[in-house]
Ligand binder design. Structure first.
Ligand code: NAD
Length: 493
């Protein structure tokens, strides 16, 4: 009898773990109550491994270990330069295991292998960046001549709770681990339950690099159990969360009794605005990439394209033709541009939106399961044109390879359409009019704006959203600020 992998052509990477455990106080451990959950592979949709299902008792153990490492261990007391050396070793190890990491990430998430490779490199870069930043860190000192000296004393806060989603899991974990550790905190990471595989590499990497025992702890499990216990734990003073806006609201409420520090990177429905004077070929390439790369499972996806009327018909025709050429295929195949969605539950959600879209807009490409893929969570790149702003596919985050295109006549209308949703994460503007590009950027409700460009950013810049897309900004010194107390010390001269 054939295995699922043979049936569907989804080869298992060699040496998959037999089970996925927690990592607490330097040891791989099961749940106190022995509970586990099944992890599915996105191509066969069948379980390939069991992971420990963390509950309150496991989070308690992990937080206790992290507290001991914070209160009594060397990590918070090391010089920034010393922590930086360790974190540079982490980056080197991540980079050296690039292909292994990508292979595991692709297998577990369904991301195309070529794009998974880029994620490992970005994770390494996050460590390098924050390792350098804490060494370069300068804090304010103010002198009132003859009167007073005031200076800032920066201190790590304690046990940081890090809760991460399943899209680009390893990279997003690194975006929290690197600044939390660089600033001298200890951590408990709760990775997404759909994709715990790549996170199981952290313990080995951090240990080999020289991160002391107890500084890094990881509890797997469902959000409503393990995640919730971390959010409600009285000895976890700060939570950095990336995930859905709805979950963010819940976490906000549950953390309120403890007045925790919160950093929230939430959902998006980001507009790409194409004016008639834009370089249309460049705008089409970029907006295709913007919503179909990473399977459309990208928080900053340009999932609404607003196009000025004079070029609207041409844009829609050329865009739809290009969307039809996007190669859907098995995640591990280097030719694949859109792989399999992460999980059958998410697949069902995306497919429901495609059905809704059929009555809300004009389907011009895709529209469901692609030909030749009878099983697995595959979706053809799907394009709806003429989508009115009140449509659900215009308003709600789909988080898959589905895009809504809407015409506009004036700059004011474009702005109203761009801002007419609850989200405000990213915006993309395509125009050759310099003044208009900057004026539009200023007025659009978005934490991040790309003008005639796509999604590449410098790690020193703020990252975060407005409205329902987030709370607080990370990136550069803002991450350092989130993970540290800034104590003001005053002395009269
Ligand atoms: P999700 O909110 O379902 O889950 C995210 C994490 O929160 C998971 O680890 C989950 O287990 C945990 N969780 C769930 N319920 C919880 C609870 N009650 N208490 C504590 N933890 C809980 O999100 P997802 O489906 O994994 O990720 C997709 C979402 O993430 C999309 O909305 C996407 O836009 C967003 N996202 C945002 C950014 C950003 O930077 N703004 C980046 C990536 C993804």
């Amino acid at each position: 009898s054939e295995t699922p992998a043979e049936r569907t052509g989804h080869p298992r990477p060699p040496d998959l773990p037999e089970r996925i455990q927690h990592h607490i106080d330097g040891r791989a451990v099961d749940s106190v109550d022995g509970g586990t959950f099944e992890v599915l592979d996105p191509v066969t949709n069948e379980p390939y491994v069991h992971a420990a299902a963390g509950a309150t008792a496991d989070v308690d153990r992990a937080v206790a270990a992290a507290r001991r490492a914070f209160d009594d261990g060397p990590w918070p007391r090391l010089l920034p330069r010393e922590r930086s050396r360790v974190l540079h070793r982490v980056a080197d190890l991540v980079e050296a295991s690039d292909s292994r990491l990508a292979e595991l990430e692709t297998f577990d998430t369904g991301l195309p292998i070529t794009q998974a490779l880029g994620q490992a490199r970005r994770a390494a870069e996050n460590f390098r960046f924050f390792a350098d930043l804490v060494v370069a860190q300068a804090d304010d000192a103010f002198k009132v001549p003859g009167r007073q000296l005031n200076y800032v004393n920066r201190k790590p806060i304690g046990v940081a709770g890090l809760i991460t989603p399943w899209n680009t899991p390893f990279m997003l974990e690194s975006w929290k681990l690197a600044p939390a550790l660089a600033t001298g905190n200890t951590v408990v990471l709760k990775p997404a339950e759909f994709t715990p595989l790549s996170a199981s590499l952290w313990a080995g990497i951090l240990d080999e690099a020289g991160v002391p025992t107890g500084v890094f702890n990881l509890v797997n499990g469902l959000g409503e159990d393990a995640g919730d216990a971390l959010v409600r734990h009285p000895h976890v003073p700060l939570i950095s969360f990336t995930g859905e806006s709805r979950t963010g609201q819940l976490i906000f409420a549950n953390a309120a009794p403890h007045l925790k520090g919160l950093s929230m990177e939430l959902g998006g429905k980001s507009p790409a605005v194409v004016f008639a004077d834009a370089d249309l070929a460049a705008a089409i390439d970029a907006t295709i990439f913007g919503v179909f790369s990473l399977n459309g499972e990208r928080c900053t996806a340009g999932s609404r394209i607003l196009v000025e009327r004079p070029v609207y018909d041409e844009f829609v025709d050329r865009y739809a033709a290009q969307a039809r050429r996007v190669v859907v295929g098995p995640p591990h195949d280097p030719r694949t541009e859109v792989g399999a969605l992460v999980h059958p539950e998410h697949y069902a959600k995306v497919m429901r939106y495609i059905e809704i879209g059929r009555s809300e807009g004009r389907l011009v490409a895709g529209g469901g399961r692609p030909d030749g893929f009878p099983t697995g969570s595959y979706v053809a790149p799907t394009v709806f044109a003429d989508v009115p702003p009140e449509a659900r596919i215009f308003q709600e985050e789909i988080f898959g390879p589905v895009v809504a295109i809407t015409p506009f006549d004036t700059e004011e209308e474009a702005l109203a359409l761009a801002n007419g949703v609850r989200y405000g994460l990213a915006a993309y503007v395509w125009t050759n009019d310099l003044r208009r590009a900057h004026t539009f950027a200023q007025a659009v409700d978005a934490g991040m704006v790309w003008l005639n460009s796509n999604n590449v950013r410098d790690l020193r810049t703020p990252f975060g959203g407005v409205k329902a897309s987030g709370l607080g900004h990370e990136g550069g010194y803002r991450s350092i600020d989130f993970y540290t107390h800034q104590q003001a010390v005053h002395i009269t001269l």
